[in-house]
Design a protein around this ligand. Structure first.
Ligand code: ADP
Length: 622
C-alpha cells in the first residue's frame, strides 16, 4: 500500500505540483511581457509627439527666416536693422522680441529709444550675451554648422539634434533639418500604479530614471554661431526659458537677425494640436496615429514639469509620474511629452483578475488531482482488503467443508463396516452425521444465496405468515442439535400471532444463522435465549432477538461484522470456523423484507442479534 502511495506521489502529485508552479511562473512572465509591450507602444506615441513638437519649433524658425527675408527685401539691412523689432512683430506675431546684432557686436534692435517692457527685459537678460561681452549656458541647435568658425564644436555632453555631417551649404535649402532625429531622445517610464500616487517630496529629487540628459554648453554668441547661417538656441534667463532664432541673410551676412519665440503663443498652438482630432476631420494632431484600446492622455510638460497643453483638459493626475514620457530636445530643453493612462487601475486590475482566475484554476486542478488521488488510493485499499477477505473466505469455506465431511466420512465408514455394535452409539453416530450434513447444507446454501444476491438473481416468495410460528418451527429443528451440544435454549414467544409478509424459508435461514452464531461464539456459558416480541412505534414491527452469553463483539467491529467476508474473530486466533457471510445474508434478507438485523451488546456479557420485520395489518388472515 505504501508503495502505491509513493508511486502516486512521485508519478502524479509531484509532477502536477511542478506543472502548477511552472504555469504560475509563465503567467507572471506573460504579464510582464504584456506590460512591456504596452509601455513600448505608448513610448512610441510619446516619441512621435515629441518629434512633432520639435518639428513645430523648427517650422517657426523657417517662418522667421522667410519673414526676415521679406523685411530685408524692402531696403538696406543696415537701415532696416534699426526698426527690425517693430517690423518683425507687425508681420509675425510669434516673435516676442526681434533683435539684430550689428557687425560691431552691438544690439541695433530693439532700439534704445523705443523699447517695450518685453524688449527691455530681453535686452537686460540677453544683451551682454548677444553682444559677446559674456559667455552663457546655452542649449543650441544649428541648421547649418559646416562652417562653425573658431567654435571648437559642441561639448560632448551637449545634445545636438541635427549634427549630420552632410550639411547643406549656406542659403541652400535642405529638407533634412525638417525631419528632426530622435536618436538621443530621453525616455522614461514608470509603473502604472505609481501614476495613482499623490505627488510627494521625492518627486522633485532626481533619480536615474528621471534625470534629463540635456546639458547646456558655456559659450559666447559669436563663437557659438561661427559662420553658420541660422539656428536655434535656448537658455534660461532668471529661471525662465528663452528660445531664440537667429539668421544671417546672404544680403549682408555681417548682420545677425534674430527673434525670441513667444512661448505663450507657441503653447496656445500646442493646445489645439494636442487635442484628439475628430475622426472625420483628422487635422494636425498626434491622435491620428495613436489609436489604442487603453485610453490615454497626452500632456506637454514644461521645464518645471507643469502641464502646458493637455489632450483631455478634465483629466487630473500626478503630472510628475507619467506612464511614459520623452523629452522634446534642445529646442525646448527639459520639456517633455508625457503619456498618462486614463484608467491605470483597469490595466492592473484586468491583469490581476486574469492572474487570480488562472491561479484559482490551477489550485482547483491540484485539489482535484489530490482528491482524485486520495479516492483512488482509498478504493485501491478497499479492493486490496476485499481481495484479502476473499482469499480468507476461500480458505475458511474449504475448512468448513472439510470438517463436517471428515466426520461424516469417519462415522459412516464405522457404521458401514458394522464395527459399532451398541445401538445407542449407532444412533448417536447417525445423529452426528445428520447434524454435520445440516451444517454443510447451511454453508452451501449461504454461499449459493450470497452469489445469487451478488448477481441480483435472488427471488423471494413473499406470503402472509406468523413470525412467532415461523420461529417456533425453526427452533424445533435446531433444538436437538443445540441440546446435544450441551446448550440450554430458552424461548420467549408471544401468545398472539405476529403477522408479517415474508419468505418463510429465507426468514428461517436468518434464525438458523443467528442460532448457529450463538452456538459458535458461546464460550463456557452455553445459554441461548430466543425472544419474539412486538415493538410499537411509528412503524410497528415484530422482533426476534437471539441472545447468548458468549464472546461478544469487539466495540470497533459492531457495524463491520455485517460486511461481506468480515470476521471479528478470525479462524486462526479464535479457532472458530466461519465464512463471514452469515450476517451479511441475514441483513440483506431482512432488508429485502423492509426490516433489518441489528446488534446490541447484552448486559451481563454476550451478544444480542435482533431481526426486525414490519408488521402487517392485524386483520390479515394467516
Ligand atoms: P461467520 O461465518 O464468521 O460466523 P458471520 O457473518 O455470521 O460469519 O459473522 C460475522 C462475524 O461476526 C463473525 O466472524 C464474528 O466475529 C461475529 N459474530 C457473529 N455472531 C456473533 C455472536 N453471537 N457473538 C460474537 N460474535 C459474533
Amino acid at each position: 500500500m505504501r508503495k502505491v502511495a509513493i508511486v502516486f506521489i512521485l508519478a502524479v502529485f509531484l509532477p502536477s505540483l511542478v506543472l502548477g508552479w511552472l504555469a504560475v511562473r509563465s503567467l507572471r512572465d506573460q504579464e510582464l511581457v504584456l506590460e512591456r509591450q504596452r509601455s513600448l507602444f505608448f513610448q512610441s506615441v510619446a516619441d512621435n509627439a515629441a518629434s512633432d513638437v520639435q518639428y513645430a519649433v523648427i517650422s517657426h524658425r523657417r517662418e522667421f527666416v522667410s519673414q526676415t527675408e521679406a523685411i530685408l527685401a524692402n531696403g538696406e539691412p543696415a537701415v532696416l536693422a534699426m526698426n527690425f523689432d517693430t517690423l518683425l512683430q507687425t508681420n509675425w506675431p510669434m516673435a516676442e522680441v526681434g533683435f539684430v546684432v550689428s557687425p560691431g557686436g552691438t544690439l541695433s534692435s530693439p532700439s534704445a529709444f523705443n523699447r517695450s517692457p518685453a524688449a527691455q527685459s530681453f535686452v537686460q537678460g540677453n544683451g551682454a550675451f548677444l553682444c559677446s561681452r559674456e559667455s552663457a549656458e546655452v542649449y543650441w541647435n544649428v541648421a547649418n554648422n559646416s562652417k562653425t568658425g573658431n567654435y571648437a564644436g559642441p561639448d560632448p555632453n551637449v545634445v545636438v539634434a541635427n549634427n549630420n555631417t552632410a550639411q547643406p551649404q549656406a542659403g541652400v535649402e535642405s529638407k533634412s533639418w525638417f525631419l528632426p532625429q530622435k536618436k538621443s531622445s530621453v525616455q522614461r517610464s514608470v509603473n502604472p500604479q505609481q501614476q495613482l500616487q499623490p505627488p510627494s517630496k521625492g518627486d522633485n529629487q532626481t533619480n536615474d530614471n528621471q534625470v534629463s540628459k540635456l546639458a547646456p554648453a558655456e559659450a559666447e554668441f559669436r563663437q557659438l554661431i561661427g559662420d553658420a547661417t541660422e539656428g536655434t538656441l535656448a537658455r534660461f534667463v532668471d529661471d525662465k526659458l528663452n528660445v531664440l532664432f537667429w539668421y544671417r541673410s546672404p544680403r549682408d551676412s555681417n548682420f545677425v537677425f534674430g527673434a525670441q519665440l513667444s512661448l505663450a503663443r507657441f503653447v496656445r498652438d500646442m493646445r489645439t494640436w494636442i487635442r484628439p482630432s475628430e475622426p472625420e476631420n483628422p487635422g494636425k494632431s498626434i491622435w491620428r496615429e495613436s489609436v489604442s484600446r487603453d485610453p490615454i492622455c497626452l500632456a506637454l510638460l514644461d521645464d518645471k514639469g507643469r502641464p502646458v497643453a493637455i489632450s483631455h483638459p478634465n483629466f487630473r493626475a500626478n503630472w510628475k509620474r507619467p506612464f511614459v514620457s520623452t523629452e522634446v530636445g534642445e529646442e525646448l530643453p527639459h520639456w517633455e511629452v508625457a503619456v498618462y493612462l486614463m484608467d491605470p487601475v483597469r490595466l492592473t486590475q484586468s491583469a490581476r483578475t486574469l492572474k487570480y482566475t488562472l491561479g484559482l484554476l490551477i489550485a482547483l486542478l491540484l485539489l482535484a488531482i489530490g482528491v482524485g488521488g486520495w479516492l483512488v488510493v482509498r478504493d485501491l485499499n478497499r479492493q486490496l482488503a476485499l481481495a484479502r477477505q476473499k482469499t480468507d473466505f476461500v480458505s475458511n469455506v474449504s475448512h468448513e467443508l472439510k470438517t463436517p465431511l471428515t466426520s461424516i466420512r469417519m462415522f459412516s465408514e464405522l457404521l458401514a463396516e458394522q464395527r459399532v455394535a451398541d445401538p445407542a452409539k449407532q444412533r448417536s453416530y447417525l445423529n452426528i452425521i445428520t447434524a454435520e450434513t445440516a451444517r454443510l447444507t447451511r454453508l452451501i446454501n449461504n454461499v449459493l444465496d450470497f452469489s445469487r444476491m451478488e448477481r441480483g438473481e435472488k427471488k423471494y416468495n413473499f406470503r402472509d405468515a406468523d413470525l412467532a410460528a415461523l420461529v417456533r418451527e425453526a427452533i424445533g429443528t435446531y433444538r436437538p442439535h443445540l441440546e446435544s451440544a450441551g446448550f440450554k435454549l430458552e424461548c420467549d414467544l408471544p401468545e398472539s400471532a405476529l403477522p408479517v409478509r415474508a419468505d418463510t424459508d429465507a426468514v428461517a435461514q436468518i434464525i438458523v444463522n443467528l442460532l448457529s452464531n450463538a452456538e459458535k461464539y458461546s464460550d463456557s456459558r452455553k445459554e441461548i435465549l430466543v425472544r419474539v416480541s412486538r415493538r410499537d412505534g411509528p412503524l410497528p414491527c415484530a422482533e426476534v432477538a437471539v441472545l447468548d452469553r458468549g464472546l461478544g463483539v469487539p466495540a470497533s467491529c459492531e457495524e463491520r461484522i455485517f460486511e461481506q467476508f468480515y470476521r471479528a474473530h478470525d479462524s486462526l486466533s479464535s479457532g472458530i470456523q466461519g465464512s463471514g457471510l452469515g450476517l451479511t445474508l441475514a441483513r440483506q434478507i431482512a432488508r429485502a423484507h423492509g426490516g433489518d438485523v441489528v446488534f446490541e451488546r447484552r448486559e451481563g456479557g454476550g451478544s444480542c442479534f435482533a431481526v426486525r420485520l414490519p408488521l402487517v395489518a392485524a386483520d390479515v388472515r394467516l
